[in-house]
Structure formats: C-alpha cells, structure tokens
Design a binder for this molecule. Sequence first.
Ligand code: GAR
Length: 267
Amino acid sequence: MRSKIRIGALISGGGTNLQAIIDACEAGTIDGRIVFVGADTPAAKGLERAKRHGIPTFMVDYGDIIRRCKETPEALTLPADGDIAAIMAKQSLLGPTAPAEKARLFIATRMVAEAGLLAAMAEYRPDLLVLAGFMRNLTPYFIDRFNTDPGYPRIMNIHPALLPAFPGVDGYGDTFRYGCKVGGCTVHFIDYGEDSGPIIGQRSFVIEESDTLESVKKKGLALEWQLYPQCIQWFAENRLQVVTMTYTLDDGRIAQRRVVRVAQPEK
Ligand code: GAR
C-alpha cells in the first residue's frame, strides 16, 4: 500500500473544495490526509468543515495585521529571516509602476502574516500545501520557505477560470461578464506572480445564453470538486514534473515553455 501524503490546506471562504478534498481522502481516492486547515480570516466558514472531520485548524488574521501595520507602520516588525528588498525584487505580484511606499507596505504586511502561517504550519510537516479558495497572494518570503527544492514545487492553487485568462479574485464573474462561450477552472503550482504558475490541469464547460452568473459558478464548482482531488492524487503518486520544453519560432529562434508533465501511473 502506498504511504499517505500529509496535506495542509489554506482557505478563506466556505470550503466546498476543501470538503471535496476531505471526502476524497476519506474515500481513498487521494492517498493522503489533511493535517491542518488554516484560514486568513475568522469568517472562513470552511473551518467548521475541518473541525467536523477532526482536522486541526488555525487562523492568521490578515485583515487585522494589515490594519495594525497601516495605523502604526513604525511598530511593524518584519520577520528576522526575511530580506524585504530581495523579496520585493523577486516578486511579480506588483508591477514596476506600483508606488514604492505602497508596494513596500504590501509586501511587509504579507511577510508578517506569512511568518504567522509558517509558524502555525510547522508542527504539521505537510508534504503538499493546497490553496482551496485562499484569497491572498503569497510572496517569495513564504514560497521559498515552503518550496525548499526549487525543482519540486509543493504549493497548488485552484482558480475559477481558464488561466491565463482572467486571473484575480473573480474568475467566473470575469468570464461571464466578458461573454465567453466556455468557462472553466485551473489547478496550477504557484510561483512568484498572481495565478501565473505552471498549469497542472484544467476543465471547461459551455456557457449558454440562458446561463446566469450563478449557474456559471455552479457548473464551474462542480468541475473544481473533480479536478482538484485528481491533481492532488497525481502529486501523491509522484507523477508530476515541471519541465521546460523548447520549440522553434517561425523565424528560427528557439523559445521555451513550462509544462507540467503527468507521468503514466506505475504498474
Ligand atoms: C472557488 O471557486 C475557487 O476556485 C476560488 O474561490 C472559490 C472558493 O470556493 N478561488 C479563487 O478565486 C482563488 N483566487 P470554496 O471556498 O467553496 O472552495
């Protein structure tokens, strides 16, 4: 029997994806178990789902941290192991035109919150971290401390759109308002940008004229609940590998693309 991977989950909301992952672990369709569920807000209703299944929970109140840092920026204590200048140079969440002071405060507040997450997570020693409706971007401070082997990413996210279309906080809304004929969802490893990491899996659905934003969300979520457990199981089976592939452009130059290869299952 394959050994079970230890999965940590971060959420912000109702946690229906979390529920799908819990159910898949309990049913044995994911060779894993959830070792903690963390949230960025006390309002995350999904914490109750975790508690019902006996899963340890914690909460790092991002809103409160950001408010306090804005009120008294001089009282802000950055984590001792983080070099904010290096982290700002690495991240691609904020463009080069972002006002410097604002960008610094954004990264500083996230670093403080992320140090809280890392401290809360440490005792559970997760193999994989899944973002299941976690509505915060993680900075290189957090990512580099969790992804200790650069060739082996271990943080997954689910996004409610067919990336790279419609990154951000309202994927289904953006898809619907644009008048798209298809919508979908994407599971990807995270990198230093917003919803920009290598894609592991995608599912799509048709959008009819008669659809509403509500029905689009319903179609999308139903696919998310299938796709996320599937991608997590691939990880558990050690079948995922991020590869850089080269191809030739029309003018003969060589270009590269990043692809997540899903290996055949072991016999
Ligand atoms: C899901 O639709 C997920 O794709 C989305 O939030 C929802 C969470 O629902 N995530 C993002 O938008 C991340 N940027 P849930 O709490 O019921 O799983």
